[in-house]
Ligand binder design. Structure first.
Ligand SMILES: Nc1nc2c(ncn2[C@@H]2O[C@H](COP(=O)(O)OP(=O)(O)OP(=O)(O)O)[C@@H](O)[C@H]2O)c(=O)[nH]1
Ligand SMILES: [Mg+2]
Length: 513
């Protein structure tokens, strides 16, 4: 018999990698120099958790804790985008709590269909068609897809039920859930038959409620005996408890009263999460089960008064013979209805707490001293980090493009301000995936921004007044003419003129890649 109880698993989730963009040039008969036509890479699939009412345990995740979503496909020539990686949707039970490796609450998954993206897939890289501009008509590079996120989270199941049945092993808790509802949990005459909570839906009069049958509890559970106290977390979200006492137990050291006291002691030893009513303060019902057995009926007669003195209602039932169940179910319904009336907000909140949104726009440059008199400058920020991942460092043009983007964001400016000089060691990102450069500033002097490379026409807002557009067209026309005449020098000047002029309109925004 295994006493392995699975209600907490560590999931290793990997989002799919984004596909690389494609660098390709259109070819057609008699038109040898077509434009760039490399398509974008597809985004990688997300790993998503979704509450699925059909799923009641975390067992499946326990068996297969490594899950990854498929990668996006590479972009292709002829403007063909790579296919996206499909999201991997993992069904989890209602009431699953998601925590980060550090233990922070990431999501409280309540209500069928509730979704939480654990590991987002990476974005696809832009193909050279998307990177083409009037200035850079045929980019010889494309952006790399970004790797998907790799995340370890802890999933914890806190069963959501209105009422929980607690009691010694073999008291008949599962039998009772089976008798009261359509649930068919495993029932057997050995202890710890139930290893994961069983949920049953009960209807009494106009009230519909759920009952959870949790594993048996034994004295010393709070010190880890039996299955320990861990699974009492399934009881945490119940508004009321039903003590199931075995009337037919023949052990000389046990009787329903001492059983009840032993269980109460364990409940009192369990600490609930902040803001939850302690277990011992929740309304309860006492049930003496197995009344079909003559000895149990005698026992019930003897202890009934003692139990009633505690102030909770007492029912004598037989889960097997189905006696006393109607009265019991109506009493349970009453407790549920009362708690719903008292606290309408007790309806579980259907919220998912996502990790706090990070400010994507910012970056920071810090000066770091290390080793003996060594200095480096570290650039931290979502955009620089992402751009580095998108860069194919074997392609000079791609590296130049990265430098352009960084300059435009203002990284060069900040490096100057932080005291960096040409040749300085610059690190982008945090240690794990950091990239180190010898800095070659594209700016000449500290304060003055010439911004030749730092401007990029792709960032022009095309909805702006046509005056700009017309000027632009004129420049392009002149540049084309100059190129046609082989006056490369003229073209270069035209290009230079264009870029400095356009600096004012530079939004410094992302490419959306
Ligand atoms: N005679 C009689 N036997 C019962 C009754 N209810 C349960 N049993 C028997 O008691 C044994 C244990 O029943 P379960 O329902 O598995 O008990 P449990 O409390 O869920 O036990 P664990 O899951 O191990 O904690 C089984 O052999 C049942 O057939 C009853 O009303 N009358
Ligand atoms: Mg059971």
């Amino acid at each position: 018999m295994s006493t392995h109880f699975v209600d907490r698993v560590v999931l290793h989730a990997s989002g799919g990698d984004g596909g690389n963009g494609c660098a390709s040039v259109h070819r057609e008969k008699f038109k040898p120099l077509g434009g760039p036509d490399g398509g974008n890479g597809g985004r990688g699939g997300d790993v998503v958790l979704e509450v699925d009412p059909q799923v009641t345990t975390l067992l499946d995740l326990h068996r297969r804790p490594h899950r990854s979503a498929p990668d996006g496909r590479f972009g292709m020539g002829d403007h063909r985008s790579g296919a996206e990686g499909e999201d991997l949707v993992i069904g989890v039970p209602d009431g699953t709590i998601v925590r980060s490796a550090k233990g922070e609450l990431l999501a409280d998954m309540v209500g069928p269909g509730t979704r939480y993206v654990v590991a987002p897939g990476g974005r696809g890289g832009l193909g050279n068609a998307a990177l083409a501009t009037t200035k850079r008509k045929a980019p010889g590079f494309a952006l790399l897809g970004e790797p998907g996120e790799v995340v370890d989270v802890t999933l914890e199941l806190k069963t959501l039920a209105d009422i929980a049945l607690v009691g010694f092993p073999s008291a008949g808790k599962s039998s009772l859930v089976a008798a009261l509802s359509a649930a068919r949990p495993k029932i057997a005459d050995y202890p710890f038959t139930t290893l994961v909570p069983n949920l049953g839906v009960v209807e009494a009069g106009s009230t519909r409620f759920t009952v959870a049958d949790v594993p048996g509890l034994i004295p010393g559970a709070s010190e880890g005996r039996g299955l320990g106290l861990d699974f009492l977390r399934h009881v945490e979200r119940c508004v009321a408890l039903v003590h199931v006492l075995d009337g037919a137990n023949l052990e000389s050291t046990r009787d329903p009263v001492s059983d009840l006291e032993a269980i109460e002691k364990e409940l009192a030893a369990y600490t609930v999460d902040d803001g939850t009513v302690p277990l011992q303060d929740r309304p309860r019902i006492i049930v003496i089960n197995k009344a079909d057995v003559p000895d149990a009926r005698d026992m019930a007669d003897i202890v009934r008064e003692d139990l009633e003195k505690r102030g909770d209602p007492v029912f004598v039932v037989s889960a097997v013979a189905h006696t006393g169940l109607r009265e019991l179910s109506f009493a349970m319904a009453e407790l549920v209805a009362a708690s719903r009336a008292a606290e309408p907000a007790a309806v579980p909140q259907r919220i998912v707490l996502n990790p706090p949104a990070v400010d994507e726009s910012g970056f920071r440059v810090t000066r770091e001293e290390y080793g003996e008199d060594q200095v480096r400058f570290r650039v931290r920020g979502e955009k620089p980090r992402r751009w580095v991942r998108q860069t194919d460092f074997t392609n000079d043009e791609a590296v130049g493009y990265l430098a352009d983007r960084l300059a435009r964001l203002g990284v060069e400016d900040e490096l100057f301000k932080a005291g960096a000089t040409p040749g300085a060691e610059v690190v982008i990102g945090d240690d794990a995936n950091a990239v180190v450069f010898d800095w070659e500033p594209t700016m000449v002097a500290g304060a003055e921004v010439l911004g030749q490379r730092g401007s990029d026409l792709r960032l022009e807002d095309h909805s702006r007044p046509t005056r700009d557009a017309k000027r632009q067209q004129e420049r392009e026309r002149r540049a084309a003419k100059a190129a046609a005449r082989g006056e490369l020098e003229a073209e270069r000047r035209a290009g230079h003129w264009t870029s400095t002029d356009e600096d004012a309109g530079d939004t410094g925004d992302d490419d959306g890649a």
